[in-house]
Design a protein around this ligand. Structure first.
Ligand code: SF4
Length: 320
């Protein structure tokens, strides 16, 4: 049994203009201790999938159409409020993209750390909570953690604020860290530092990591396994080294061709022609077929299955 098991999971959002088929039969198993990156263009469903693990997609409008999500054998979709509370923050810690949105500007870092700790351990004495807050800020390598407790979010840089959010995500001693675009709002140097910190925490604390990003470079820096999503489907799932050396799905090949390569002077990144489909009325068969240079008649009729291990691909034109 894997730590996280997602099977044939379909999720839609019901809106005024109809139903949007956001996740279309996701199968994904993650073992304890794995560092898995989920990559794809904006709108491919990767963040919705990450939030599904914690049942954070508001329902309605979100509606589970079919499938199952299990964490350590427990049925996440059937959990009651107490089970969900244990799961959110206690078992799985989540870090979001924009620290400005998730830190309250009018409260000090100390007060916000205390609130998170109180939610996890209401009986912990105040002095112990303060010590624990300092230890958590120290564990994410924030300098002068005791003095930081009296500072306000606006007094911290973007990278420091993101470290505070990571410290909060660790407050409940989670087994899984879910980081959704944690470096997108940061400049490149700080991005690298935050990714190195996440990789170090995963190693040190024995965490399972799910890192969500639109940027294959970010994913490659922290993950050993990469899951590529396109328009609500997993199209490729492989060890990072294999995926970078020999991508098999035409979409993954397009993503790699779109990456700048500073080692090759004069190299011009090539964008993928076309745009992601409207998921209110997604293309029949393979959802990538309107943009795919290899598309054949079967691609317009039948959805390809994800096949192969450890390098799985969903494409009619790629042999298993
Ligand atoms: Fe392209 Fe067909 Fe493969 Fe889809 S199944 S990626 S359309 S070749």
């Amino acid at each position: 049994m894997s730590l996280i098991e997602i099977s044939d999971y379909r999720l839609a959002f019901d809106g005024f203009e109809g139903r949007v088929h956001v996740l279309d039969g996701i199968d994904l198993a993650v073992e304890a201790g794995e560092a898995v990156g989920i990559v794809g263009e904006t709108g491919c469903g990767k963040s919705v999938l990450a939030r599904s693990l914690l049942r954070l997609n508001p329902a309605p409008p979100a509606r589970v159409v079919s499938g199952a999500i299990r964490f350590d054998g427990a049925d996440v979709l059937a959990m009651d409020a107490a089970g969900l509370r244990r799961l959110r923050g206690g078992t799985m810690g989540m870090v979001f993209q924009d620290p400005v949105t998730y830190l309250n500007p009018v409260f000090t870092i100390g007060r916000q750390m205390e609130e998170v700790l109180r939610a996890h351990e209401p009986a912990m004495p105040r002095a112990a909570r303060r010590d624990r807050a300092v230890a958590l800020l120290d564990s994410v390598r924030l300098p002068g953690p005791a003095a930081l407790l009296d500072r306000y979010p606006h007094e911290l840089s973007g990278g420091m604020r993101q470290r505070v959010l990571i410290a909060q995500a660790l407050a409940g001693n989670p087994r899984v860290l879910i980081a959704d675009e944690p470096t997108t709002a940061l400049d490149v140097t700080i991005q690298r530092q935050v990714l190195a910190l996440i990789a170090d925490l995963v190693e040190r604390l024995g965490l399972t990591l799910l890192l969500i990003s639109h940027d294959l470079g970010v994913i490659g820096a922290a993950c050993r396994r990469i899951v590529v999503m396109y328009a609500g489907n997993v199209v490729e799932d492989a060890p990072a080294a294999l995926l970078f050396a020999a991508p098999r799905h035409p979409y993954t090949q397009g993503l790699l061709a779109a990456m700048p390569d500073l080692r090759r002077p004069g190299h011009m990144p090539q964008g993928i022609p076309g745009s992601i489909p409207n998921l209110r009325d997604p293309p029949r068969g393979c959802r990538f077929h309107p943009r795919c240079p290899l598309a054949a008649e079967i691609c317009r009729q039948e959805k390809p299955e994800l096949r192969g291990a450890p390098h799985a691909v969903a494409c009619h034109m790629v042999p298993a």
